[in-house]
Design a protein around this ligand. Structure first.
Ligand SMILES: *[C@@H]1O[C@H](CO)[C@@H](O)[C@H](O)[C@H]1NC(C)=O
Ligand SMILES: [Cu+2]
Length: 186
C-alpha cells in the first residue's frame, strides 16, 4: 500500500538530510595557525599584530585555531569580552598550558583569548575572532525555529558570550536546505 512506500520514502529523506547536513558542515572547516610563523607570543610588531592577523580572515563555525607557543612562557586562556578587555585571567579550567593548543570554533559570534602570563595580554598577546555560521558570511546567529536544545552554561563567569548552540543552528540551516532538497526530489 501507499503507507509502506511513504514510510520508506521519508526514511530516505531523513538520511539525505543528515548526509547533506554533514557534508555542508565539513566542507568549510579549516585550521588556522594563530600568528602564522610568529605563533602565539608578545607580538614584537605591537598590539595591532593579532587584530591584523585575524582581520584578514573569515572564521566559520567548525574551524580550528592552533596556538603554537612555548609553555614555559605563555598559555592560552579562553575568556569573556570583559576579561579580554581588562586582561583578567579566567578560572584554571579555561586555560590551556600545552602547545599546540587547538581550539575548535564551535559557536558563531565573538571569541576571546589571552595569555595569562603577567603583562603579556596588555602588551598585545590577546586575540579576538568573529566567527560566522557559514562560509556564505552570515554574521548573525541563525534563527533556530525548530527550538534546538540550549546547553546550560558550564560555569558562571567563564562561559563566553554568544554561547548559542550554533552547531545545532548550523545543522538546522543545513537541515532546512536538505529538507527542501528532499521534498523536491524524493
Ligand atoms: C593541532 O593542530 C596542528 C596543526 O593543524 C596539528 O599539526 C596538530 O597535530 C594538532 N594537535 C592536536 C593535539 O590535535
Ligand atoms: Cu604570554
Amino acid at each position: 500500500m501507499a503507507s509502506s512506500s511513504s514510510s520508506s520514502s521519508s526514511c530516505m529523506g531523513l538520511i539525505v538530510v543528515v548526509v547533506v547536513a554533514a557534508l555542508l558542515q565539513c566542507a568549510t572547516a579549516a585550521t588556522y595557525t594563530v600568528g602564522d610563523t610568529t605563533g602565539w607570543t608578545i607580538p614584537s610588531g605591537g598590539a595591532q599584530f593579532y587584530p591584523n592577523w585575524a582581520g584578514s580572515k573569515t572564521f566559520v563555525v567548525g574551524d580550528i585555531l592552533s596556538f603554537n607557543f612555548s609553555p614555559q612562557s605563555h598559555d592560552v586562556a579562553t575568556v569573556t569580552k570583559a576579561q579580554y578587555d581588562a586582561c583578567t585571567a579566567p578560572s584554571e579550567g579555561n586555560i590551556i598550558r600545552t602547545s599546540p593548543a587547538n581550539i575548535t570554533l564551535s559557536t558563531a559570534g565573538n571569541h576571546y583569548y589571552i595569555c595569562t602570563f603577567s603583562g603579556h595580554c596588555s602588551a598585545g598577546q590577546k586575540l579576538t575572532v568573529n566567527v560566522v555560521s557559514s562560509s556564505t558570511g552570515n554574521p548573525t546567529t541563525p534563527t533556530v525555529s525548530a527550538g534546538g536544545p540550549s546547553p546550560p552554561p558550564t560555569s558562571g563567569d567563564s562561559t563566553p558570550p554568544n554561547a548559542a548552540p550554533s552547531l545545532v543552528a548550523g545543522f538546522g540551516t543545513a537541515g532546512v536546505v536538505a529538507a527542501v532538497f528532499s521534498a523536491f526530489f524524493l
